[in-house]
Design a protein around this ligand. Sequence first.
Ligand SMILES: C[S@@+](CC[C@H](N)C(=O)[O-])C[C@H]1O[C@@H](n2cnc3c(N)ncnc32)[C@H](O)[C@@H]1O
Length: 354
Amino acid sequence: MSKTENKKQEEEEESSTTTNTMAWPDIEEELVIPELLHSEGVKKLHMSIQNEWDYLQKSACQTAAGRALWKHVIHDPLAHLFAGETHLRNLHTKIQRDRLNNAREVSGVILAVRTLWFDTRIQAALDSFDNDATQVVLLGAGMDARSYRLNCLNKSDVFEVDFPDVLQTKTSLVQAAVSSREELKMTAKSLIDVATDIRDKDWFENLKKSGFVPEINTVWVLEGILYYLSHTEAMQVLNLIAEKCKVTSTVLLADFMNKPSASLPNSVFHFYSDWPDQLLPSLGFSHVKLSQIGDPDANFGLLHNPLNLFNKLLRLPRTAQIHPDDGTPCCRLYLVEASGSPPPDKSITNNVSL
Ligand SMILES: C[S@@+](CC[C@H](N)C(=O)[O-])C[C@H]1O[C@@H](n2cnc3c(N)ncnc32)[C@H](O)[C@@H]1O
């Protein structure tokens, strides 16, 4: 094949990837709002979310909207109800605009990939434990519905930690779904609300008071939370979890922003780490695996286009802060799994003392 033919084929491949293999969410032209969101009780709950919650709390509904509109890859029976009409409409409009512009990155795709990555890694972590008794702690649980959608949680006590308003409203929304006779089955063994602010010193005491047992194998899920904390607060949380590796088998699943992501103009984010794969071992975790959106274990067939932002970043060294092609900041989101366990003799002692 001549050079020109080669180039032409490359261009054709490029344009076919851009237009055909882009994984668009399967959304309707007109957004269909489920009937339950029109009921008086649910409308009132969402009105108070819109009027009374701050941006931090509202971020819980934004992520639920992502899962609702990427429903062809995430089956979340509560996502529409948790998101509410405003957040569904906002994201729907953005996706429609992306479609019109034939965008390389579709709004919500990061969220979809992140959700699927956490789902996969939670299951793998639970499978890795040699004991049936397990706990899963969702820090900044927001409108996470895993206790109603992941079967792998059927032997786990799930602790959802968030602000009191968020957890109370979530409970009321679930009650509305149940009383509307929507088929809703809890898939977790148990679900315990822990209404506390993880910036406060006593948050871990509150978790224990709610029934959390430090000696039981635990998966800690920190999805979409660390970067809302200050550096000191985030490090306190990470240190506390790392300490637990000395007591029991512990898995931490967390997403980290790098500095350019947290430093964009008008950013609401604070904590970042450019090298979480170095930070976490220094705190006491023994195994750390870092993935980036677009990596083989973090694309779930949703990021075919080689020219999209994530795939372009994968080709650059992680030290790069500015993209050499266009001068834009290299904003990365790291998906990180870290684990640790006490030395074997110590775990025997712990078992005996249980
Ligand atoms: C972006 S949402 C993520 C929710 C959920 N993890 C998910 O991925 O869908 C962040 C959540 O963290 C909660 N949050 C933020 N700061 C918190 C704090 N200091 N203590 C407890 N919860 C907090 C917010 O209320 C919100 O529900």
